[in-house]
Design a protein around this ligand. Structure first.
Ligand SMILES: Cc1cc2nc3c(=O)[nH]c(=O)nc-3n(C[C@H](O)[C@H](O)[C@H](O)COP(=O)(O)OP(=O)(O)OC[C@H]3O[C@@H](n4cnc5c(N)ncnc54)[C@H](O)[C@@H]3O)c2cc1C
Length: 426
């Protein structure tokens, strides 16, 4: 099988790139022009995984099928996991696909290409902490759903236990940990408000962070406001606390032990170990090293998003964030379109930090806006920050399915919540 442009990974960056390229280049050239590959058959925007985990977002409703997206955006889709990559031969191999009972559905396949973009994201970084097998992670929709099912069972168990108590520990107070703790507390209150007093139980959520403050990568004011909002929600925030080991029922830290019925690890990212086997240079956390045109040293091979180590402002690296993946998808779409039309393209990729927004539950957010959006560094909080946070998800959908369908989807989501409630309980 041969395709002109192959994009591996249909996440925040890869799917936007495939959609943009498909609409500009794919329309009249046939299905061999652009191929998107993903190990999943449907797309969930990764920054919403904490909502899936807490049950406030239903992946069955929110998930977008890659095949259907390909039809409307003029790219082909193939399900499969990248397992081998030969940059010199411009050839890659996808793992066979099995169904749940082990029966083979699709055999191993090889695909050759003219150019390939690696957009396979990242996973969790345990920094060698012992006991990682006892912690849940939120790397994909399956992880988030598995955690949600477990959480519902734990809620039920706590409601009927003599102690009437559930202890939750979240390691890492970056955006993921902070948002997950707030969302879980709301899920708990929603369940409580709908159950009789004999089923009431207490939830203790502890957020553990090694840095001196939460949201350490964001301005201090954002971090201070977020910490205060979490404390108001009765979430225990422990900063400057190093996790030494994880056990089945507790987290061992340099400040003592924290009892935990369930533990979530949300501290740090690392790209796949297998990235080291592809003959491309990678950094300490397995990200493919690219230049400021997102090119790897192999001709025709590019990388973007969380799996790429891209230079920024001389001595820094572009952060692993959805807005970076989005900007890189825009950049490559422009570069490839120009190349295919025989036009010169001299621009290099320049990451622009537009600020950060953090959700603190249903009606509350906090964050800062930067650069052209605000003309400086502008602090926002409350409902406005929450609405702006929600608009980021809509902007991602707009890049993939356009304004009209995004508006319909948003309306459907509101209607669904009115009918079924905010929380998914099954
Ligand atoms: C809970 C959570 C909250 C977050 N909140 C924010 C936020 O508020 N703001 C922000 O900017 N960022 C946030 N992030 C980070 C953001 O989600 C990532 O930076 C962004 O998704 C990276 O985009 P990507 O395209 O590089 O990778 P991803 O979006 O992770 O997509 C990677 C894709 O590659 C596929 N894939 C992986 N390996 C293979 C393989 N071997 N073969 C085939 N397919 C493969 C995966 O199935 C996936 O679809 C959050 C992350 C999490 C987990």
């Amino acid at each position: 099988m041969h395709y002109d442009t192959v994009i591996i990974g249909g996440g925040a960056g890869g799917l936007e790139l495939a959609s943009k390229l498909g609409r500009t280049l794919g329309r009249n050239v046939g299905p061999e022009k652009i191929l998107l590959v993903d190990r999943s058959t449907f797309h969930i925007w990764k920054p919403t995984l904490h909502e899936v985990a807490a049950g406030t977002l239903n992946p069955q409703q929110e998930g977008l099928s890659y095949s259907i997206l390909g039809r409307s955006n003029h790219f082909s889709f193939m399900v499969g996991e990248l397992i081998k990559f030969d940059a010199a031969a411009k050839r890659l191999t996808l793992k066979e696909v099995h169904q749940a009972n082990g029966d083979l559905i699709i055999p191993e396949r090889q695909i050759t290409f003219n150019r390939c973009v690696l957009a396979i994201g990242s996973g969790s970084n345990f920094f060698g902490t012992p006991g990682s097998e006892y912690a849940y992670v939120l790397e994909n929709a399956q992880d988030a759903q598995a955690f949600h099912s477990h959480l519902l069972n734990l809620f039920a168990r706590a409601a009927y236990s003599p102690a009437k108590q559930l202890n939750v520990a979240i390691v890492g107070a970056g955006a993921t940990g902070v948002e997950l703790s707030a969302e879980m507390m709301e899920a708990y209150h929603e369940i409580h408000s709908n159950s009789g007093s004999e089923q009431h139980f207490r939830i203790n959520i502890t957020l553990i962070e090694a840095a001196p403050r939460i949201l350490a990568g964001l301005p201090e004011k954002v971090s201070v406001q977020a910490a205060s909002a979490l404390r108001q929600k009765q979430i225990r925030v422990m900063t400057a606390t190093k996790v030494l080991a994880i056990h089945a029922d507790k987290v061992e830290t340099d400040q003592g032990e924290i009892a935990a019925d369930v533990i979530v690890w949300a501290a740090g990212i690392k790209a796949a170990d297998r990235n080291r086997e592809y003959g491309l240079p990678v950094n300490r956390i397995n990200q493919f090293e690219v230049n400021n045109r997102l090119e790897t040293p192999a001709e025709g091979v590019y990388a973007l998003g969380d799996c790429a180590a891209c230079p920024w402002e001389g001595d820094k690296w572009v952060p692993a964030r959805a807005q970076a993946a989005h900007q890189q998808a825009d950049y490559l779409s422009e570069a490839f379109s120009a190349a295919d039309k025989g036009k010169a393209f001299d621009k290099t990729f320049q990451y622009k930090d537009s600020g950060s927004l953090v959700s603190l539950g249903n009606n509350h957010g906090v964050g800062n806006l930067m650069g052209s959006l605000s003309g400086g560094n502008f602090f926002i909080e409350g409902l406005i920050a929450k609405y702006m946070y929600m608009s980021l998800h809509l902007m991602h959908h707009k890049a993939i399915i356009g304004y009209g369908k995004t508006a319909l989807l948003a309306l459907a989501r509101v209607a669904q919540k009115r009918v079924s409630g905010r929380l998914k309980l099954h």
